[in-house]
Design a protein around this ligand. Structure first.
Ligand SMILES: Nc1ncnc2c1ncn2[C@@H]1O[C@H](COP(=O)(O)OP(=O)(O)OP(=O)(O)O)[C@@H](O)[C@H]1O
Ligand SMILES: O=C(O)c1ccc[n+]([C@@H]2O[C@H](COP(=O)([O-])O)[C@@H](O)[C@H]2O)c1
Length: 198
């Protein structure tokens, strides 16, 4: 009997306010190292641990623009179309229901994985996806206290870029060229985003 390979789907969750090259390099590196067929970028709807967040349609469209050139990258609306606070447990349940024959790999940076024990229904999360935590400048990459068979660590090229810094730079009149994709720079300018935020 011929065994068919189950599709391997990466899930890159983030607020993406705005999406930057740190996100894209993380997704690309995990896709190669874990032999993923696709990486689904999932912009958050209402991230419950962040305060001021740009309108979800802007964040969604910037994510579409940033990922458009890569045939393995797609963008999902599951989190922005769901009412209420965004929890990864709902993201993974929705994606698993839509792709029941796939294995899911949830991608996080070192800062996010360090907080995961505070996420909603964390014990159930381990059964829905394998978690891949990537290195990020300024954050120690550690999985102590997490189930070793469900979490992997991956060193990726260090990009000291954050969405907070991109927003701050725009608000102070500094360029974000080469920190975010060119189309995202143009989208930010066209829609006057981040002019007065930090
Ligand atoms: N430069 C980076 N290198 C590696 N991982 C990153 C990097 N930037 C963000 N990530 C990871 O990408 C995911 C989504 O990040 P998010 O959209 O919150 O961006 P951010 O730059 O951390 O935003 P903010 O500065 O607004 O908190 C998280 O898991 C985060 O750890
Ligand atoms: O499920 C939770 O409780 C939870 C708490 C904080 C963050 N997350 C998820 O972690 C990902 C990165 O979040 P953020 O806030 O760093 O952009 C994103 O997919 C969030 O939905 C999830």
């Amino acid at each position: 009997m011929v065994e068919t390979r189950r599709p391997r789907i990466g899930v890159m969750g983030g607020t993406f306010d705005p999406i930057h090259h740190g996100h894209l390099v993380a997704a690309s590196e995990v896709a190669t190292s874990f032999d993923l067929d696709e990486v689904v970028f999932v912009p958050t709807g209402q991230p419950w641990q962040k305060t001021v967040v740009t309108e979800s349609e802007h964040r969604y469209l910037m994510t579409v623009i940033a990922t458009a050139a890569n045939p393995r990258f797609t963008v999902s609306r599951v989190d922005i179309d769901r009412d209420g606070p965004t929890y990864t447990i709902d993201t993974l349940r929705d994606l698993a229901a839509a792709r029941p024959d796939s294995d899911l790999f949830f991608i996080t940076g070192a800062d996010a994985i360090a907080q995961i024990l505070n996420w909603k229904n964390v014990e159930e999360l381990w059964s829905l996806a394998h978690f891949v935590a990537v290195s990020r400048p300024g954050h120690a990459l550690t999985v102590s206290g997490l189930p070793s068979r469900r979490v992997s660590l991956l060193e990726v090229p260090a990009l000291a870029i954050s969405s907070t810094d991109c927003r701050s730079r725009v608000s102070r009149g500094f360029p974000v060229w080469y920190l975010v994709p060119d189309g995202v720079v143009q989208y930010i300018t066209k829609h006057h985003l981040y002019r007065s935020s930090t």
